[in-house]
Write a protein that binds this ligand. Structure first.
Ligand SMILES: NC(=O)c1ccc[n+]([C@@H]2O[C@H](COP(=O)([O-])OP(=O)(O)OC[C@H]3O[C@@H](n4cnc5c(N)ncnc54)[C@H](OP(=O)(O)O)[C@@H]3O)[C@@H](O)[C@H]2O)c1
Length: 304
């Protein structure tokens, strides 16, 4: 199968591409980084330079493509939020997604499936309310970004393309994301819960993120929005306790809210808020999680 991927160089994308390349698919990876394009090409992997803000020659690749996986987006914790950064967070998702859909519309042979990343940020801050795919959306900046982002992806349905949008939770993996950020303070004996500690973390192991993103490929009737989170969300306090126990460090020194606000500005709200999100749709479809429990997930991540 020929699969076109955006964001394939990123935290999730690099794991997903590694997984797919073992399955002998032909992968076309759109990236802004020219340096990667020539040296890494091989028989199954082709890097194509693109400007994700405009239509270009990359659209030719869609003419014989079987599916598209869209993982692009500026990292929401890359820098302190201000109006410019917020605009970049929005534009780096909406514009490329709209362009991809426009290019799909023009393609001679259209892909049958578009999988476009989304996020549990859709739900906003929800305390301990159980959140499923039918729950209402939040009303903060990120929730609004997600609504527009998903809306842009579903435009592809008018071209007869099946669309699936995994609302990804907090991805756990040693090389980055939350664990990457928490590991150092814990190792230095100053780790602990962030914020109130009561907020629920919709965590998910990277193995399940990769398998969950690809789930619609092998399941032809699976489409639409789905929560890509473990079936067992946990409070920040319990998360820290498990983290500390596994690496044999104390876990009670809380990160002060003001420090997060200095670091991330309005973006700190994302870290301080929580969602007790459940993957109801994946479970109903029979998806088996590799890591449904946090302890086994963390043991796998931190001890390998
Ligand atoms: N990681 C998580 O916990 C998580 C949770 C929920 C949702 N998601 C969503 O899942 C997708 C993948 O997440 P990730 O953590 O793998 O993302 P990431 O590593 O931060 O970035 C993915 C890719 O997006 C491109 N990119 C980065 N900044 C950009 C910008 N300003 N403008 C245009 N392109 C930019 C880069 O590709 P090139 O440099 O090759 O162009 C990068 O490799 C994202 O859409 C993210 O919002 C992630």
């Amino acid at each position: 199968m020929k699969i076109l991927i955006t964001g394939g160089t990123g935290f999730i994308g690099s794991h997903l591409v590694k997984y797919l390349s073992k399955e002998s698919h032909h992968i076309v990876l759109l990236t802004r980084s020219i340096s990667r394009t020539s040296t890494l090409n091989n028989a199954t992997m082709k890097y194509i330079h693109w400007d994700p803000q405009m239509i270009g020659e990359w659209t030719d690749e869609l003419n014989d493509c079987d599916m598209v996986i869209n993982l692009i987006g500026k990292n929401v914790f890359e820098e302190r939020w201000n109006e410019k950064v917020k605009q970049e967070i929005l534009n780096s998702r909406i514009i490329p997604t709209k362009l991809l859909v426009e290019a799909i519309g023009r393609a001679k042979h259209k892909p049958s499936l578009l999988i476009s990343a989304s996020a549990v940020g859709f739900y906003g801050d929800r305390n301990d309310e159980i959140i499923t795919e039918v729950s209402s959306g939040g009303n903060d900046f990120l929730a609004d970004v997600v609504k527009q982002w998903e809306g842009a992806a579903y435009e592809a349905e008018k071209f007869g393309v099946r669309v699936a949008t995994p609302r990804i939770g907090l991805v756990l993996e040693k090389s980055g994301g939350m664990i990457g950020k928490m590991l150092l303070p814990f190792k230095l004996f100053v780790g602990g819960p962030i914020g109130s500690g009561k907020q629920f973390l919709p965590w998910v192991h990277m193995d399940d993120v990769v398998r969950g993103i690809l789930y619609p490929i092998g399941n032809k009737n699976f489409r639409g929005i789905y929560n890509l989170v473990s079936p067992n969300p946990i409070s920040m306090n319990d998360f820290s306790a498990i983290f500390g126990k596994i690496i044999h460090r104390p876990s009670w020194i809380p990160a002060p809210n003001f420090a997060l606000q200095i670091l991330y500005g309005e973006g700190a709200k994302v870290i301080l808020s929580g969602q007790k999100a459940i993957p109801e749709k994946l479970l109903a479809a029979g998806y088996q999680f590799s890591y449904p429990e946090l302890k086994t997930a963390m043991n796998n991540i931190l001890k390998t």
